[in-house]
Design a protein around this ligand. Structure first.
Ligand code: NG1
Length: 464
C-alpha cells in the first residue's frame, strides 16, 4: 500500500488550500484504497481525479459551437485503480449501498447497463476509447468515490456525470497508454457521455480536463479548422468568490427538453443556411462571420426565422429528417408542437456576444460589467431559451439582491439546478445566510449554498 506520507506528498500538489483540507483529502483517498483491498484483495496502483465545473457564462452555446466560460471547481470524483490482464472492467463505489457495483468487458460496442445506472458513464468511456484506440484495450479494477463534501454534488448542475465520465476516460486511457493530449481527452469524454442519450457539447469536459485554479476557461467550442478549441485562461478577480446556490429542484423531463433545444437550434441554423450558405452552425450567425453590425445581425434573425414552426411542417418539408439525423435515437419530432426557432437563435447569438464581452471585462478586472452580463444572460435563458422554472427565478431574485452580489444567473442546462453568483469575499457569509433564508421563505424549499474554489483539471496520481 502506498504510504500515508507518499500519498500526502502527491496530493499536496493537487489540493493546495491548507493542511487540514489536505489531511481530509488524504483520508478520502486512503478510504478508497482500503475499500479496494477489501473488495479485490490487492492494492490499487493508481489514482485518478476529475473535477466538476460551474459555468460562469455561455449557456447552451457549446453544442452550437460557440463560446463558453466555465471554471473547474474543488469537488471531484476519484478512482483508485489497478490494471487487469484481461478486458474486464469492474467498478464499485465506496457508497456501495447507494451505487451498485458493475462489470463489463471493454469493446467497441459495450452493452448498456440499466437506464440511470451510474456505471453507464464508465461504459460510455470504455466504448469511446475502444473505438478511438483501434486495438484491444485492457480492463481495470476500480473503486470510485464522490462522497460529500469533497465529491462533485449530484444532480445540481455542477457536472457530476461529467466528472465521472472524465475520470473513467482518463483512467482507462492512462492504464492502456492511449496517448491522449488533454484536448483530445476532453473531446473523447464529451463523446463518451453521448452514450447515455444526450447530445451535449464539450464545455463540461473541457472545464473538467483543462481548468486551472484561480482561472476561468474561455473556450471557443469550434472543433475544426484553424483556431479549433481556442482557449484562454483568464484570472478570476481577487476579492470575489463564486457561490453556487442549489435550488434542490431538478425536473425529470430535462433530457428530452434539452434535446428539443438542440433540435430547435439545428433547425434555426438550417433555415438561415437556406439564405446564407456560409452559416453552418448558430455560431456563424455573428457580426464577424457575416460582416454585419450587431443590429443588422439582429434584424436578419427576425427576418429569416419564423417565431415558431409546427413539428408537422418540419416533417412535411423534410427539414426534420435532415436535422434530426444526428440526434439521439430517443428523440422524436412532435407534429403538434411549435418549435420556437427565432428566440432560441436570438439567445445563442446574444449569449456568444456576452461570453466574449465577459472575457474582456474579466481581463480588465471590470467585475461590475461582468456582473451586468451575468444578469443579462439570465434574462436571456429565461425569456428566449425558456429553461428557467419558478424556484430558479426565486433563487436568482434572492441571489441578485443579497449583500455582496455583483450578478447572478442560472448555470447549467436549466429546469432546476443551480444559480451562480459572483460575491465580494467579505460578504460571503452574509450573502449565504440571506439567500438561504429568503429562498426558504419564498419557496418552502431548503437550498444548498456551495462556496467554490476554482481548481485544477483532471489528473493521474501515480505513487512511485
Ligand atoms: P449540464 O448542466 O451539466 O446538464 C448541459 C450540457 C453542456 C451544456 C449545458 C448548457 C452535457 C453533458 N452537458 O450541462 O454541454 O450544453 O447543458 O449550457 O450534455
Amino acid at each position: 500500500m502506498v504510504s500515508v506520507d507518499d500519498l500526502r506528498a502527491l496530493l499536496a500538489r493537487v489540493y493546495v488550500h491548507d493542511d487540514d483540507y489536505l489531511s481530509r483529502q488524504c483520508e478520502r483517498y486512503a478510504e478508497a484504497a482500503r475499500h479496494f483491498v477489501g473488495l479485490y484483495g490487492e492494492e490499487p496502483t493508481h489514482f485518478y481525479r476529475a473535477p466538476g465545473r460551474v459555468n460562469l457564462i455561455g449557456e447552451h452555446t457549446d453544442y452550437n459551437l460557440g463560446y463558453v466560460m466555465p471554471t473547474a471547481i474543488d469537488r471531484d470524483v476519484v478512482i483508485a485503480a489497478r490494471p487487469r490482464e484481461d478486458d474486464l472492467i469492474r467498478g464499485a463505489n465506496v457508497e456501495g449501498r447507494r451505487f451498485e457495483p458493475f462489470e463489463f468487458r471493454i469493446s467497441q460496442s459495450v452493452p448498456s447497463g440499466p437506464v440511470g445506472h451510474w456505471g453507464n458513464y464508465p461504459r460510455g468511456a470504455a466504448q469511446r476509447l475502444a473505438r478511438a484506440a483501434k486495438r484491444p484495450l485492457l480492463g481495470m479494477d476500480a473503486v470510485f468515490t464522490g462522497t460529500q463534501p469533497y465529491g462533485t454534488p449530484m444532480g445540481v448542475g455542477l457536472s457530476s456525470s461529467t466528472s465521472l465520465t472524465v475520470v473513467s476516460t482518463l483512467a482507462i486511457a492512462h492504464l492502456n497508454e492511449v496517448a491522449a493530449a488533454d484536448q483530445h481527452l476532453a473531446e473523447l469524454a464529451s463523446q463518451a457521455e453521448w452514450y447515455v442519450g444526450t447530445r451535449g457539447g464539450v464545455m463540461d469536459h473541457f472545464a473538467s480536463v483543462l481548468g486551472r485554479g484561480g482561472h476561468a476557461l474561455f473556450l471557443d467550442c469550434l472543433p475544426e479548422g484553424p483556431g479549433r478549441y481556442r482557449m484562454d485562461l483568464i484570472p478570476l478577480p481577487p476579492g470575489y468568490r463564486l457561490v453556487v446556490c442549489s435550488t434542490n429542484v431538478r425536473h425529470e423531463n430535462t433530457r428530452s427538453e434539452f434535446n428539443t433545444r438542440v433540435f430547435e437550434c439545428r433547425v434555426a441554423a438550417y433555415m438561415i443556411r437556406e439564405h446564407l450558405t456560409q452559416v453552418r452552425h448558430l455560431r456563424d450567425v455573428s457580426e464577424e462571420h457575416l460582416g454585419l453590425s450587431r443590429s443588422e445581425v439582429d434584424a436578419l434573425i427576425a427576418e429569416l426565422l419564423p417565431e415558431s414552426i409546427l413539428g408537422a411542417d418540419l416533417i412535411e418539408s423534410g427539414i426534420a429528417a435532415e436535422v434530426a439525423a444526428d440526434m439521439p435515437a430517443s428523440f422524436e419530432v412532435d407534429s403538434g408542437r411549435p418549435y420556437r426557432v427565432r428566440q432560441r437563435c436570438r439567445h445563442v447569438v446574444t449569449e456568444n456576444r456576452r461570453v466574449r464581452d465577459s472575457a474582456d471585462a474579466l481581463r480588465k478586472g471590470d467585475v461590475e460589467a461582468f456582473g451586468r452580463l451575468m444578469d443579462e444572460a439570465h434574462s436571456s435563458v429565461r425569456d428566449d431559451y425558456e429553461v428557467s422554472i419558478l424556484p430558479v427565478e426565486a433563487m436568482v431574485a434572492a441571489a441578485s439582491e443579497a449583500p455582496g452580489s455583483v450578478g447572478a444567473r442560472l448555470t447549467g442546462a436549466g429546469w432546476g439546478g443551480c444559480v451562480v453568483s459572483m460575491v465580494a469575499e467579505a460578504k460571503v457569509e452574509e450573502f449565504s445566510r440571506s439567500v438561504s433564508e429568503r429562498y426558504l421563505r419564498d419557496t418552502g424549499i431548503e437550498s444548498e449554498i456551495i462556496v467554490c474554489n476554482s481548481a485544477t483539471g483532471a489528473q493521474a496520481i501515480v505513487p512511485a
